[in-house]
Ligand binder design. Structure first.
Ligand code: PEP
Length: 249
């Protein structure tokens, strides 16, 4: 039985003060939720405020990006070790916005995933097709390329420590959610890739989150599907009431 996980990606939103206010409102709303792993990914500058605010609640804090090397002359970059030192246990890797606006390739996503794992972080590795790829019937081809490029060279032990997020790019921030059937079909395909590249045991153990316009009113339908182990939530994770409603699906 895979334990559900609900993760919030705050992108470039919220100051430290706003982060503290969020947790003050959010924490009581999810106090009774013991059956779900909760992860919140604030911007780098608010990580320590989030870690302090979440202390003792069981909520894990994630960064949204990292550099693939331990240290070096890379102005503006942050390493996995620095993220660990901030009190985080997890990091989002290869989000479609990083791929689209910052030219992240599958190879780079692979290096970042390795760096996160080496530091003991749980990478939340994102894959997903853009609209023209879905319309061109290329979804499986794209998922295979992204999966194998980013994860194929991991050891089975490393693979067992990742979370996978299927985020069809056409559903991110658009209000257009994939139906549970569309998401589940992609998850099942990804699980097949995990079986082929690792083992049937790894495939049935890996948790696959769906991301793309998840809201309080569509989370139950998504989570009802046994292929969908959780959600990566953007916009709706910024508001404590709506994110709590999603966590408490
Ligand atoms: C995301 O940023 O990963 C995301 C899924 O965003 P939204 O929920 O706003 O579509």
């Amino acid at each position: 039985m895979r334990r559900p996980v609900i993760a919030g990606n705050w992108k470039m939103y919220k100051t430290r003060a706003e982060t503290r206010a969020f947790f003050a409102a959010f924490t009581p709303l999810i106090a009774a939720s013991n059956d779900v792993d909760i992860i919140v990914a604030p911007p780098f500058t608010a990580l320590s405020a989030a870690v302090e605010s979440a202390h003792g609640t069981g909520i894990a804090i994630a960064a949204q990006n990292l550099h693939g090397l331990r240290e070096g002359a890379f102005t503006g970059e942050i390493s996995a070790g620095m993220i660990v030192e901030s009190g985080c246990s997890s990091v989002i890797v290869g989000h479609s916005e990083r791929r689209q606006y910052f030219a992240e390739t599958d190879e780079l996503v692979h290096r970042k995933t390795k760096a996160a794992l080496a530091a003991g972080l749980t990478p939340i590795v994102c894959v997903g097709e853009i609209l023209s790829e879905r319309e061109g019937n290329l979804t499986k081809q794209v998922l295979k390329r992204q999966f194998e490029g980013a994860l194929g060279a991991l050891t089975p032990e490393e693979f067992s420590r990742i979370l996978l997020a299927y985020e069809p790019v056409w559903a991110i921030g658009t209000g257009r959610t994939a139906t549970p059937e569309i998401a589940a079909e992609a998850h099942q395909y990804l699980r097949g890739l995990a079986a082929a590249n690792f083992s049937p045991e790894e495939a049935s153990a890996v948790r696959i989150l769906y991301g793309g316009s998840v809201k309080p009113d569509n989370i139950s339908g998504l989570m009802a599907h046994d292929q969908i182990d959780g959600a990566l939530v953007g916009g709706a994770s910024l508001d404590p009431e709506s994110f709590a409603a999603i966590v408490n699906f």
